[in-house]
Ligand binder design. Structure first.
Ligand code: SAH
Ligand code: SF4
Length: 368
């Protein structure tokens, strides 16, 4: 059975052509799946009955199974999704006044082993397929629509999810071949039709793949910086040993030639006594001076055995003020969904291990 969620619009057109069907039929089906969130080919009422019957015998619409569905007091909602073999990933819906953001996952686990990240601690399990990535958006839209959420943009006829951030579990650029078709589906007018500015990919800094993304599918870019020197970043974000800061900064500048926004967002997790001192802010200002950017400071979300603590609120504010004074637009990420463990870096792990049932709700910043 072909899962239609695995096919980006061009691939769906190709699949239809191979079956001797007209291209406009593929566009019709694309809209049924990604704009009306149909789960059943039989429901596609404007397709001729014989076509529906032949499609139903060859294709299905299959999103990852929901293991748990939790809503926080602030409206943040997370879905724990089955990734097979006892693994799970999460997608988080973050409603704000004028938009609905979905934070999605790209891998079960992650191989990059950043020192402060619970996903990294789990190690790498596997890449999600395109269908599993797109399925997170499909499922969130479908469910929120069915639940009749009263969001003003939905009342105005838009889909519940207006912005997507790839800031859940996994390193999206390490799963490039499945992530890019998913991004194209998010952007396509016959599918989700999101503008490139409303789709943000966050990477820990896989330099060659930043260049490929720029060439193949530029969307808004967030880079997880977390340290202003190679010595410290080598320790916190080990991929830095392979792609050090100078080459990362150069890749960011190259990316901006084609990016939908004229800045890169740098994420910087605030770790008490580790990267939050006056010398760090001074080095950070010097580092990013030549890169058009915004800084997003993330309060560290602790997890058992992490070995790190959250910087005190005052220190985070002082750090932000120093950046602002140097002319760098800086925001402090507000934590959402605390009561359901939906904070950054607290990711779902093995389904059978309750202590790892935590996840990342990454508040969109590039989407502002
Ligand atoms: N792998 C990608 C995207 C997923 S992580 C990346 O690293 O960019 C999304 C963001 O959450 C990253 O900036 C990551 O460094 C941050 N993060 C990870 N663990 C965290 C934690 N415990 N507290 C706060 N932020 C965390
Ligand atoms: Fe992977 Fe990102 Fe976590 Fe690093 S911060 S281990 S790249 S998910």
């Amino acid at each position: 059975m072909q899962n239609l969620l695995d096919l980006e619009p061009a691939a769906l057109a190709h699949w239809f052509a191979e079956r001797g069907e007209k291209p406009f039929r593929a566009r019709q089906v694309c809209r049924w799946v990604h704009q009306r969130f149909a789960a059943d080919i039989g429901a596609m009422s404007d397709l001729a009955k014989p076509l529906r019957a032949s499609l139903a015998g060859a294709a299905e619409i299959r999103a990852p199974a929901v293991l748990r569905d939790t809503t926080a007091g602030d409206g943040t909602r997370k879905w724990l999704l089955d990734a097979g073999n006892g693994n799970a990933v999460e997608a988080v819906y973050i409603p704000e006044d004028d938009r609905g953001t979905l934070c999605i996952s790209s891998q079960a686990g992650c191989a990059l082993d950043c020192a402060f990240c619970s996903t990294g601690r789990q190690g790498f399990n596997r890449n999600l397929t395109t269908g599993e990535i797109v399925g997170q958006l499909w499922h969130a839209n479908r469910t929120l629509l069915q639940d009749n959420i009263g969001a003003p943009w939905v009342q105005a006829g838009r889909a519940p999810i207006t912005n997507v951030v790839m800031m859940g579990m996994g390193e999206p650029l390490a799963n490039f071949d499945n992530v890019v078709p998913a991004l194209r589906t998010f952007l396509d007018d016959n599918a989700y039709g999101l503008s490139r500015r409303r789709v943000t990919l966050s990477t820990s800094g896989l330099v060659p793949w930043i260049d490929r993304l720029r060439d193949e599918c530029p969307v808004a870019l967030a880079v997880s910086l977390h340290a202003p020197s190679d010595a410290l970043r080598d320790r916190l974000v080990p991929i830095n040993r392979k792609h050090p800061l100078a080459s990362l900064m150069a890749a960011c500048v190259r990316y901006l030639e084609r990016a939908p926004r004229d800045f890169v967002t740098f994420e910087y997790v605030m770790l008490d006594g580790v990267n939050d001192q006056p010398e760090h802010v001074a080095a950070l200002i010097a580092l990013v001076r030549d890169v058009p950017c915004k800084l997003n400071l993330i309060p560290f979300n602790p997890f058992p055995g992490s070995g790190f603590a959250t910087s005190p609120r005052e220190r985070v504010r002082g750090f932000a003020n120093a950046l602002q004074d140097a002319g760098i637009v800086t925001t402090i990420r507000k934590t959402r969904g605390d009561d359901i463990d939906a904070a950054c870096g607290q990711l779902a792990g093995q389904v059978h291990d309750r202590t790892k049932h935590r996840l990342a709700a990454r508040i969109p910043l590039a989407a502002r």
